[in-house]
Ligand binder design. Structure first.
Ligand SMILES: [Fe+2]
Length: 228
């Protein structure tokens, strides 16, 4: 995939988004199927949570994003990744719609894959991500502990993210509401949805149990593909 330069500045560190096919979608955007049975990712989510979160809520963000694009035909030529990375360049009236619905579409599409059942190789990070993780956190256990603390520190609605920064380092971020790290020119690698709708059906207010469940299910092949 070509580097996203030109109107998007030097996007060299974001050039490798090819594995994240949703970021290449253009209007009209579509909801990717989960690709697994609705009972396959317990305890991170159960059938009822997936029905509400994927089939209804994520779908509603896709519908709303398409409705926004219908109002701004000049933006329809851009991919989802470009729309998010170029957020500051779009008309002021389009920005909040892309920010909310575009972010939610991109982030949820990755999240469903991150908790997807994986091959045995997906149990721990390897390859480039494995090396980056060791450099930044020393061990997977330390990384997961910091990520968990980041997630539990979120007040209100938001996501905890592991990102690749502009200097090709790993970092942990709190993004409020649905904001994608892409709007800050950082590459999403691993995100934990800390909106109440992500955990309340299964865990009520027990957010720590939810975070533990998600972290126990991370498909590291998917996370690793974000930086390969
Ligand atoms: Fe969500």
């Amino acid at each position: 995939m070509a580097h996203w330069n030109g109107p998007f500045g030097d996007g060299t560190h974001l050039a490798r988004v090819a594995p994240d096919v949703v970021l290449q979608q253009k209007y009209p955007f579509t909801l990717p199927p989960l690709g697994y049975a609705n009972t396959a990712v317990v305890p991170a989510a159960d059938a009822s949570t997936l029905a509400a979160h994927h089939d209804k809520l994520h779908a509603a963000h896709v519908t709303a994003l398409n409705a926004a694009m219908e109002k701004f035909p000049a933006l329809q030529e851009y991919s989802l990744g470009q729309l998010l990375m170029g957020l500051r360049r779009w008309p002021a009236e389009a920005r909040p719609l892309i920010r909310e619905h575009g972010s939610a579409h991109a982030s949820h599409a990755l999240y469903w894959k991150l908790i997807a059942p994986g091959a045995p190789t997906a149990a721990t990070p390897s390859g480039r991500l494995g090396g980056m993780l060791t450099r930044e956190f020393e061990t997977l256990e330390k990384c997961l502990a910091e990520l968990k603390a980041t997630a539990l520190g979120i007040e209100g609605n938001g996501w905890a993210w592991m990102v690749k920064t502009a200097t090709n380092r790993l970092a942990l971020r709190v993004m409020t509401n649905e904001d994608s790290p892409l709007i800050e020119a950082e590459l999403p690698i691993l995100g934990i949805d800390m909106w109440e709708h992500a955990y309340s059906r299964l865990y009520q207010t027990k957010r720590e149990a939810y975070v533990d469940a998600v972290l126990s299910r991370i498909n590291w092949d998917v996370a690793g593909a974000q930086v390969e």
